[in-house]
Design a protein around this ligand. Structure first.
Ligand SMILES: [Ca+2]
Ligand SMILES: [Ca+2]
Ligand SMILES: [Ca+2]
Ligand SMILES: [Ca+2]
Length: 593
């Protein structure tokens, strides 16, 4: 083991594109506490996006470091009264008290797991309540200039970023340009005072541009007293919204409709394009984040991204954030469609929903490994040449196995018709995560996955607490690989998944071919079984070539299919393989000389 580690480090050093691996003085101090791993990597300012291992977290559900902010805005804060309340730790749709102070306190836990970048759900100030649930998730922004008081202050966010950066960990914000909180109402749906929605729910059918042209329009209004809720002030102008009613998720309504009442910004107007660019330039100036994850990208017109993305990338670089990066949420499982946003839309990257679906098809539904080959055969769609922003290719895609909307991979396994035993759910989960780390693309761990969280579904059901939970429907879950429940603290550094993800991260950092290598499929089949890829990376005249073999079947498979010369130089195997066979639901990595 020791010999392997030493040679791996040697190889990593020999191939590193980051030739100046200067560990900072702060890094030296942190290494002494036994948790610091990011400190051993190149300085965050110089690290490439492809060097990162992401952790995606809802701060409200993570850790409560400051109970004094649990209710949000102070009782005597008249200006922010709308951002007060919504706390109910026993309700999955309400605030639970987690905050930036809590995240800051738990940085060693993330660092020790090999996390190098943290993606936070939106942290800007929300409307605390809409209908009968709260803005605990952050996607209902009212004020684009300050932090939600449930999470802390602007100073708390700066402190968190400072502490993360001291550990050599990057921080990414989740940003929204598509909509604001639900303030604007329609007389036709919500009555003359705009207050009827509480009783009737959202029932404002979308009106198309064709209908508008014929005079069939809604009469938008802002209820009395709500005229100045939003910041910056231009967002309080009713004319900067589409005002066409609720989206039915297809066609024109997908771009111009409100999401269940959330005010859909008129991103077709120059005023809005400029306004949104200014909002996020100011966020970059004030907080110096390392990048943005962008929400609801496909619900905004392409022309908006063509202006927004270059403007923000250029601005961040001018502010000295040389490796600033952005990736969009385009909720689609079609690579060609996803790639439109990196090519036409000029976004550096997107979340790879197609990858997530291929994981589900191969490891939950037991389709053949050719579903993986078909996915990666479409990687060419992402090749772009707009070098003014970044060189996008599939290596920069953002891999994930599940999320806060669709639910966790563990949930998909649990509800499968195949009735997997817990042991098999564990193996399939770990194999999906191995593919997420080691296939082309940048891995994202959804918080709690490393503790065996499962959940009863998507959305609220997949947003469990890491701190002791009071939500009954979370606490009755049977977590994987532990006897614990979510009723207790789950920052267990001995959990099998935490330990395994930590090992994956270590391999990811040791072998540049796992981060930067061009990927080629060597073998796939139309049944569960072997999927083999090669990843080749050349730097300074030296080539590192790895062969990765995954077995998605629950029987051992012959390795003969990949050929003898591919099997030399074992780097890692997740199960102990017998000669020429790979164990069920396991993987192995070989180095080819
Ligand atoms: Ca709190
Ligand atoms: Ca929209
Ligand atoms: Ca609305
Ligand atoms: Ca449950």
């Amino acid at each position: 083991m020791k010999k392997f580690v030493q040679s791996a480090i040697f190889i990593a050093a020999a191939f590193s594109v980051l030739s100046s691996v200067n560990v900072s003085a702060q890094g030296d101090a942190l290494q002494a506490d036994g948790t610091a791993k990011a400190a051993k990597l190149a300085p965050y300012q110089q690290r490439d996006f492809q060097d990162e291992v992401f952790y995606f977290v809802l701060p409200d559900r993570f850790y409560n470091g400051d109970e004094s902010n649990d209710l949000g805005a102070a009782a005597n804060d008249k200006k922010r009264a709308i951002s007060r309340g919504g706390l109910d730790k026993s309700h999955k749709g309400m605030y639970h008290g987690g905050d930036l102070a809590g995240l800051t306190e738990k940085l060693p836990y993330l660092d020790n797991m090999g996390i190098t970048a943290i993606w936070l759900t939106p942290v800007l100030r929300n409307q605390a309540m809409q209908a009968d649930t709260s803005g605990y998730h952050g996607y209902w922004i009212l004020d684009f200039t300050e932090i939600d008081p449930h999470l802390g202050s602007n100073a708390d966010l700066k402190h968190f970023i400072d502490q993360a950066h001291k550990r050599n960990i990057k921080v990414f914000f989740d940003i929204i340009t598509n909509h604001t909180a639900d303030v604007i109402k329609y007389k036709e749906c919500h009555g003359d005072d705009g207050l009827g929605w509480i009783v009737k729910g959202n029932d404002c059918p979308f009106k198309s541009l064709a209908q508008l042209a014929k005079g069939d329009t809604y009469t938008p209004l802002i209820p009395q007293g709500d005229e100045n809720l939003k910041t910056p002030a231009w967002l309080n102008d009713i004319d900067v919204y589409h005002n066409q009613g609720d989206s039915n998720w297809v066609g024109e309504s997908s771009i111009r409709g409100d999401f269940a009442g959330l005010d859909d910004v008129d991103t077709n107007s120059d005023k809005v394009v400029d306004g949104m660019i200014d909002i996020y330039k100011a966020i970059i100036d004030e907080f110096k984040p390392d990048g943005f994850r962008i929400d609801t990208v496909k619900h905004v017109n392409m022309e908006f991204w063509q202006a927004f993305s270059p403007a923000l990338m250029t601005h961040a670089k001018a502010q000295g954030i040389d490796n600033f990066f952005m990736y969009g949420e385009v909720y689609s499982f079609e690579p060609e469609f996803l790639s439109r946003y990196t090519k036409q839309g000029k976004l550096p990257s997107v979340l790879d929903f197609a990858f997530q679906q291929a994981m589900q098809h191969s490891l939950v539904d037991q389709k053949g490994t050719d579903v993986l080959a078909k996915l990666f055969a479409q990687d060419h769609f992402y090749r772009t040449a707009h070098t003014d922003i970044s060189n996008t290719d599939a290596n920069q895609l953002v891999n994930f196995t599940g999320n806060h909307d669709m639910g966790r991979f563990a949930y998909l396994l649990k509800q499968s018709k195949h009735n997997y035993s817990e042991a098999e759910q564990i193996q399939r989960n770990l194999l999906a995560n191995a593919m997420m780390y080691f296939s082309r693309g940048v891995p994202v761990v959804y918080y709690g996955d490393e503790q065996g969280f499962v959940g009863d579904g998507g959305d609220q059901a997949s947003r469990q607490d890491m701190m002791p939970s009071q939500v009954a429907s979370y606490n009755d879950d049977d977590l994987l690989a532990t006897d614990k429940t979510t009723a207790v603290d789950n920052f267990d550094t001995n959990h099998l998944f935490y330990q395994t993800f930590s090992k994956y991260a270590e391999l990811y950092q040791q072998y540049p071919a796992l981060r930067f290598g061009q990927q080629r499929t060597l073998y796939s089949q139309n049944t569960p079984g072997i999927f083999a890829i090669q990843r080749t990376y050349t730097s300074q005249g030296k080539t590192q070539k790895l062969v990765l073999v995954f077995n998605t079947a629950n029987k051992a498979q012959s390795l003969d299919v990949i050929g003898n010369k591919q099997k030399v130089g074992l780097v890692y195997e997740s199960a102990e393989n017998k000669k020429d066979y790979i164990e069920p639901l396991s993987f192995a990595i070989y180095q080819v000389n």
